[in-house]
Design a protein around this ligand. Structure first.
Ligand code: PLP
Length: 383
C-alpha cells in the first residue's frame, strides 16, 4: 500500500479513480460511478470535456508557466472577463479558494492598519484551511488547536437580520460571507440578508467580502450568487471550477479596495499562469452557453429530491440553490455515502448529517433519475 506514505489528514472513500468522461468516473478496477459531487464543485463540465482537453493540450505545447514578473495575454483577458461578469474592477490570481481568501483578508487588514481588523462572519461558514481563512471560518471544530489567529471575528447566525444589524458598526472592517454556505450544509442566504449586509457595511464604512468559491461561476444559475440580490460586494473570492480542474483562484476587487494591495504587498509564483488562465477562458465560454439552462436543470433535480423526501422519513429537509443540494438527514450520512458508492454513485456528506450534491452543469435528466434511484435504494435500507 503506497498510500501509507500519504498524510492521513483526509477521511477518503475506498475508491481509486483511474479516469473520467462526462458525468462518470471509472475506477482502477473498471467500475463506473456517476459523480454528483464533481470533485467538490470543480468539474462543472464533467470529465475530459473535449473543449477543455483541447485548450489544455494546445496551451501546454505553447507555454505552461511564466511567473508574474512578466505579462502573458491570457491573464489580462481573464481578468477583463471576470471583472465584466462580476461588476468589479481588478483581479488577482492565485491557486485555490483559501489563497484567494487570503488576498481578500490581507486587503481588509491593510485598510484597517494600524488598528486590528474587526470582522463579522457567519457560524457554519467555510473559507479555507490557511490561517487567515480559518480565522473567519465559523466552525470551531476546524479551528480547534490552530487558534489563536490574531483576528477579532464576531460570528453570527446565517440569515439572522437582527444579529447582523447588532454586529456591524463603525469598528467593523468587513463582513465576510458565502451567499450560499456550502461546506456548512447548503444554506442559501436570503436575498434580503445580502442586501442588508450591503447597506449596513456601506453605512459603517466597512467592506462586504463575498466568498463565491463554491457557489459562484454558474453554480446557482447566475455568474455569481450575490447577483441574485442585485448587490456589488467590495471583494469577491472565486476558485473551484474556474480552470476546470487546474488550480486557479481569483480575488476580485473594486478599484478603491484594490488600492490596498499595491506593488510588493502580495503575490504568488504559480497564480494565474498561462495554462490555467487559458483553460479558465474556455471554462467561461462554456459557462456562457450553459448558464441559461442551469435554473431549469436545478428545478428538475429539486423536484426529484422533493419526491425522495416524501418517500423517506429520515430526510428532514432539502435545501438548495441552483445546482447545490443539501439533503438534511435525521442521522449520520456517511453510511449512506458508502452505500451509494457501492451502487455506483458518488456523493458527499458534510456536517455529519447532510448529503451534499453538486451535480455537473452538463447533467441530463436520465442521470438525475439514475442518482435519485440509487439514493432511493440506499435510503430504503437503514444502514
Ligand atoms: N471558500 C469556500 C466557500 C469553499 O467552499 C472552499 C472549499 O471548499 C474554500 C473557500 C477553500 O477552497 P480551497 O480548498 O480551494 O482552498
Amino acid at each position: 500500500m503506497r498510500e501509507k506514505y500519504l498524510l492521513e489528514n483526509y477521511d477518503r472513500y475506498s475508491l481509486m479513480v483511474d479516469s473520467g468522461e462526462g458525468c462518470y468516473v471509472t475506477a482502477a478496477d473498471g467500475k463506473r460511478y456517476l459523480d454528483m459531487i464533481t470533485g467538490l464543485g470543480v468539474n462543472a463540465f464533467g470529465y475530459a470535456h473535449p473543449r477543455i482537453t483541447a485548450a489544455i493540450v494546445k496551451q501546454a505545447a505553447r507555454c505552461v508557466h511564466t511567473s508574474n514578473l512578466v505579462f502573458h495575454r491570457h491573464q489580462g483577458m481573464l481578468a477583463e472577463r471576470l471583472c465584466h461578469l462580476s461588476g468589479l474592477d481588478r483581479a488577482f490570481f492565485s491557486n485555490s479558494g483559501t489563497e484567494a481568501m487570503e488576498a481578500a483578508l490581507k486587503a481588509v487588514r491593510a485598510r484597517a492598519y494600524p488598528r486590528p481588523a474587526r470582522l463579522v462572519a457567519l457560524r457554519g461558514s467555510f473559507h479555507g484551511r490557511t490561517l487567515g481563512a480559518l480565522a473567519v471560518t465559523g466552525q470551531p471544530a476546524l479551528q480547534h488547536r490552530f487558534e489563536p489567529f490574531g483576528v477579532e471575528v464576531d460570528f453570527i447566525e446565517p440569515n439572522d437580520h437582527g444579529a447582523l444589524r447588532a454586529a456591524v458598526n463603525e469598528q467593523t472592517a468587513a463582513v465576510v460571507l458565502e451567499p450560499v454556505l456550502g461546506e456548512g450544509g447548503i444554506y442559501p442566504l436570503e436575498t434580503g440578508l445580502l442586501q442588508q449586509a450591503r447597506e449596513l457595511t456601506e453605512r459603517a464604512g466597512a467592506w462586504l467580502v463575498a466568498d463565491e468559491t463554491q457557489c459562484g461561476l454558474g453554480r446557482t444559475g447566475k455568474y455569481f450568487a450575490y447577483q441574485w440580490a442585485m448587490i456589488r460586494p467590495d471583494i469577491v473570492v472565486t476558485a473551484k471550477p474556474l480552470a476546470a480542474g487546474l488550480p486557479l483562484g481569483a480575488t476580485l476587487f473594486t478599484e478603491p479596495a484594490a488600492q490596498f494591495l499595491p506593488p510588493h504587498s502580495h503575490g504568488t509564483t504559480f497564480g494565474g499562469g498561462p495554462l490555467a488562465c487559458r483553460v479558465a477562458l474556455e471554462f467561461l465560454s462554456l459557462l456562457d452557453e450553459a448558464l441559461p439552462r442551469i435554473c431549469e436543470l436545478s428545478n428538475q433535480m429539486r423536484q426529484r429530491l422533493d419526491g425522495l423526501r416524501e418517500r423517506h422519513g429520515v430526510i428532514r429537509e432539502i435545501r438548495s440553490k441552483g445546482l447545490m443540494y443539501g439533503i438534511q438527514l435525521a442521522r449520520p450520512g456517511r453510511p449512506y455515502v458508502d452505500a451509494a458508492l457501492e451502487r455506483g454513485l458518488l456523493v458527499n456528506c458534510t456536517q455529519e448529517t447532510v448529503l451534499r450534491l453538486l451535480p455537473p452543469y452538463i447533467i441530463q435528466l436520465e442521470q438525475m433519475d439514475e442518482a435519485v434511484k440509487i439514493l432511493d435504494d440506499v435510503l430504503s435500507e437503514a444502514p
